[in-house]
Design a protein around this ligand. Structure first.
Ligand code: FES
Length: 152
């Protein structure tokens, strides 16, 4: 997929008309039953978790409506993550399948809006995967820094 994209920070800059260095804002929607528990375990195990993360706990990834993703970007998020139970492990049967189908549509929509599709990810973290949570979140923030050409 090819599209013309702009850094999220330049979008907010064009709205305000002022250029300013600011810390990254990353919104992470975490499913209560798996990824939030994985994040909790990462904290207990004292694993590295980026300070840029703003966690929003949801009961299921299937409850994260596309409007919430778009609103996060509209409010100035540099990146948005949805972390769900692994496929087949959703506590509400098919919520993460819904999240997956929305993810594909949203990536195309974001591209059309001039937001790089790499600024939005859907991934899977179980309650036992604190290492995976730490790696995914740190990797995502590093990727956003690359997109913004900010020092990592
Ligand atoms: S309960 Fe975790 S994705 Fe549905």
């Amino acid at each position: 997929m090819t599209c013309q994209t702009y850094p999220a920070s330049s979008i907010s800059t064009s709205v305000t008309g002022q250029a300013s260095a600011r810390p990254l804002k990353v919104v992470a929607f975490l499913c209560n039953w798996c990824s939030y528990a994985g994040a909790d375990k990462a904290g207990v195990n004292q694993l590295a978790v980026p300070s840029e993360l703003s966690v929003i706990r949801v009961m299921c990834s299937g409850r994260v409506e596309p409007t919430l993703i778009l609103e996060a970007f509209q409010q100035g998020a540099d990146g948005v993550m949805v972390l769900a139970c692994h496929l087949g492990d959703c506590h509400y049967k098919e919520g993460n399948f819904r999240a997956y189908s929305r993810f594909e549509l949203l990536q195309r929509l974001l591209c059309q809006m001039g937001i790089h599709p790499d600024r939005f990810i859907l991934d899977y973290v179980s309650a036992a995967e604190s290492d995976r949570f730490s790696t995914l979140t740190s990797g995502f923030v590093s990727r956003l820094c690359t997109l913004d050409k900010l020092p990592v």
